[in-house]
Design a binder for this molecule. Structure first.
Ligand code: SF4
Length: 144
């Protein structure tokens, strides 16, 4: 097995997650926490929450992209080592949701970073968030 294949295998078996809130109302965040904790238990797929972008493979982003958060979010994305992946969770992260058109809200997070998987809902259930993680793992495993 080449080193690259070994790294890809390890990444698929232990995708480390950083949760980023760009301006969510906190309901999406509570669902993300539920997905990460034992009742829904995303850890059975090897995924684990990490406190630093430098240790993360996947950014789970919640909330509409606020003007106040733009620079911080860009910095977090740049600090995450390649290859990195983004899952947008909730209607706000997808498009601004109920905050669309507000003076302090730009839109969804794909305005500042490429998004690999979109999980709709307001808020989405923990099962849907876990489904998003699985879809991302499948997508990465099929890529070259
Ligand atoms: S999608 Fe709904 S639950 Fe999630 S941050 Fe926006 S308003 Fe809150």
């Amino acid at each position: 097995m080449s080193l690259l294949k070994l790294a890809k295998w390890a990444r698929l078996k232990s995708p480390w997650i950083l949760h980023v809130n760009t301006g969510a109302c906190n309901s999406c965040d509570i669902e993300v926490l539920a997905a990460l904790t034992p009742r829904f238990d995303v850890e059975r797929f090897g995924a684990i929450l990490k406190p630093s972008p430098r240790h993360a493979d996947i950014l789970i982003v919640t909330g509409a992209l606020t003007r106040q958060a733009v620079e911080r979010v860009k910095r977090v994305y740049e600090q995450t080592p390649d290859p990195k992946f983004v899952i947008a969770v909730g209607a706000c992260a997808l498009s601004g949701g109920v905050f669309q058109g507000c003076y302090g809200v730009l839109s969804g997070v794909d305005k500042v970073m490429p998004v690999d998987v979109y999980v709709p809902g307001c808020p989405p259930r923990p099962d849907a968030i876990i489904h998003g993680v699985i879809k991302l793992i499948e997508k990465v495993s099929k890529s070259g």
